[in-house]
Design a protein around this ligand. Structure first.
Ligand code: SAH
Length: 349
């Protein structure tokens, strides 16, 4: 079956041309798909025989809401979507002053093994297709009735480990005939795959790249993030500098504050030295406690922030939304998997 949802407008045009259709059909089909049409039947401006032909040729499914939690504190909504093959992924919708932001997953599970992260506990099951990433945006918007203006790729998975599908998703969502979300309204977060960061730089996209740094020294970063082993913070930061030179876009660094692991004064000082003069932004994130992990949230966030600021670094402390609904990613999927068998089999729940 053809995965029509993952195809660009041009690719759909080629396919429809092959079916003997005029050029304007692709625009019609693309626009139906990007408004969340769940069947070809409802594409009322297409001839009936084309609708039937497409239904025979193409897979078109919509994710089902396996769970939905709405925060009473701030209106954050967290969805657990069940995909066509039974796997589940999470999407979070957050309300900010500048609009509605959706946080999407890029993979079912994750291979990266970060010590503090719930998404990686069962390993990676599979990559999501571009259409499945897009569906999270489309159906979150449809179900919630809130127009989405910003996208962050900070859900389950490592986006740069699913490079081609993620790039395709970005192209789809950016398309004027689709959701038309500007690159400057999109952030992509990576644990720091240096070769893939170099590869991404070649596209010169104007999105915001966030790098999950979490420690300024190799000993701590190696312990927290296996991806750092054999690479090191120096090489990562060099890659980030190259990225900035190529794209003109400053990278922001994520730093989850963990008690007695990465919150010491000397680590703030070293971080400030390493980022000095880059104009980079540091996002301090209070660690979300993950049941399976012995790591605890730091109580030194403000001191750490002050120390960085005194040394000329731009810092924000991320406001935590949806605290009452386990809104940090990976947790809902695991809980649902454990209690209802929703997670894919083979996952160590
Ligand atoms: N794989 C990508 C994106 C997904 S995680 C990445 O590593 O960046 C999105 C962000 O949440 C990352 O910065 C990640 O390090 C952070 N994160 C994961 N688990 C967390 C936890 N328990 N508390 C706080 N932040 C966490």
């Amino acid at each position: 079956m053809v995965d029509l949802k993952s195809m660009t407008l041009d690719e759909q045009g080629e396919l429809l041309k092959g079916l003997g259709q005029p050029a304007f059909r692709a625009r019609q089909v693309f626009s139906w798909l990007h408004r969340g049409a769940a069947s070809f039947e409802e594409m009322s401006n297409l001839p009936k025989d084309l609708r039937e032909q497409l239904a025979r040729l193409c897979a078109l499914s919509r994710p089902a809401v396996a769970r939905k939690q709405v925060s009473r504190e701030d209106g954050t909504i967290k969805y657990l979507w069940r995909l066509a093959d039974g796997n589940c992924v999470e999407t979070v919708l957050m309300r900010y002053r500048h609009g509605n932001t959706v946080c999407v997953s890029s993979q079912v599970g994750c291979l990266m093994g970060c010590a503090f992260c719930a998404s990686t506990l069962g390993g990676k099951v599979r990559d999501l297709t571009a259409g499945e990433i897009l569906d999270q945006v489309l159906f979150t918007q449809l179900d919630s009735g809130r127009p989405i203006s910003n996208i962050v790729m900070m859900g389950i998975g490592e986006p740069l480990d699913n490079f081609d599908n993620v790039l395709r998703f970005l192209e789809l969502v950016n398309c004027p005939e689709g959701l038309n979300i500007g690159m400057r309204h999109i952030s992509l977060s990576t644990c720091g795959l240096v070769k893939k960061i170099d590869k991404l730089a070649e596209y010169g996209l104007q999105l915001t790249l966030s790098v999950s740094l979490h420690a300024p020294d190799d000993e701590t970063r190696n312990a927290l993030m296996p991806v750092n082993r054999g690479v090191g913070v120096d090489k990562l930061l060099e890659t980030c500098r190259r990225y900035f030179e190529k794209t003109g876009r400053r990278i922001s660094f994520e730093y989850a504050m963990i008690d007695s692991v990465n919150d010491a004064d000397w680590q703030a000082d070293l971080l400030a030295r390493r980022l000095a003069g880059t104009g980079s932004h540091v996002n301090l994130i209070p660690l979300n406690h993950v049941e399976e992990s012995p790591l605890k949230p730091s109580r030194r966030v403000r001191e750490f922030q002050r120390r960085l600021e005194e040394r000329g670094i731009n810092v924000t402390v991320r406001r935590s939304l949806g605290g009452d609904i386990d809104a940090s990613c990976g947790q809902l999927r695991r809980k649902a998997g454990a209690s209802q068998g929703i997670g894919k089999e083979g996952e160590a729940t």
